[in-house]
Design a protein around this ligand. Sequence first.
Ligand SMILES: [Fe+2]
Ligand SMILES: [Fe+2]
Length: 261
Amino acid sequence: LALEAISALENKSLAEALRSSFISCKTDLEKAEACFSRLTSKAWPRQSLEEFFHSWRDTHLTMTSVAAMMTRLLELSEAASTSDSREAYRKAALNISQVMAEDLGLKGGEDHSELFVRMANTICGGPEWESRRNRVPSCTNFRAWVYQQRVSAPDLAGGLMLSVASEIYNHAEMTYLNQVVPGWLEKYYGFTRVDAKRANTYVDVHAHGVETDHFGVAFSAVEYIYLAEGKGVDYDKINSRCTDYLVAVGRAFEGVSLKVF
Ligand SMILES: [Fe+2]
Ligand SMILES: [Fe+2]
């Protein structure tokens, strides 16, 4: 699913950097897929569902780290010594702000964190999944790493590249889940079709191009950073950051499979 989206890219250097990363990370991606396919293969006890939703959220809803990068870009714009670089950093910030637009409900939909909570509450049968006792260390560590890379690591372009990687990965994850979650809820939990669809809204809103749009604006932000610095985009670095991200995703979900299922 990711390769499909990548092959549609017009920028061939970008497509190649991402394609080779996704191919080299096949086993990491399989760890994530194994976790989701196990989740949707049967009815799990409440405890497993609570741990799954708690840990899955740790891998998503990282919007505040995106807001931090936007703020850092605006600070760079303010401090820039030439009007060209000032403008380029401003454009990078503007692009990255668009990654947050749907998540915040600015485009008319609902706030995505609300949708996540509704999905988890409905499937788990209450809000207890949010309790810290349901933490899975591999996912807590993943989240801490993503935040550190985006918020406090000096290399802002490297942090933004993690967003480029995460948006395309999320597109694949959500497209996959959208095909299996409603049927899982109907078959194993007795949801009506309407209720299953409603519970799955969080997944559905991400499965029809929202994440590939985010991917596009995140990459534009990267391009503007390089422009601000008077350099060409470093595609080798995009490749290695994408690989860093996918390896981390694989490790996070491997931990979920071991602890939860
Ligand atoms: Fe979202
Ligand atoms: Fe996104």
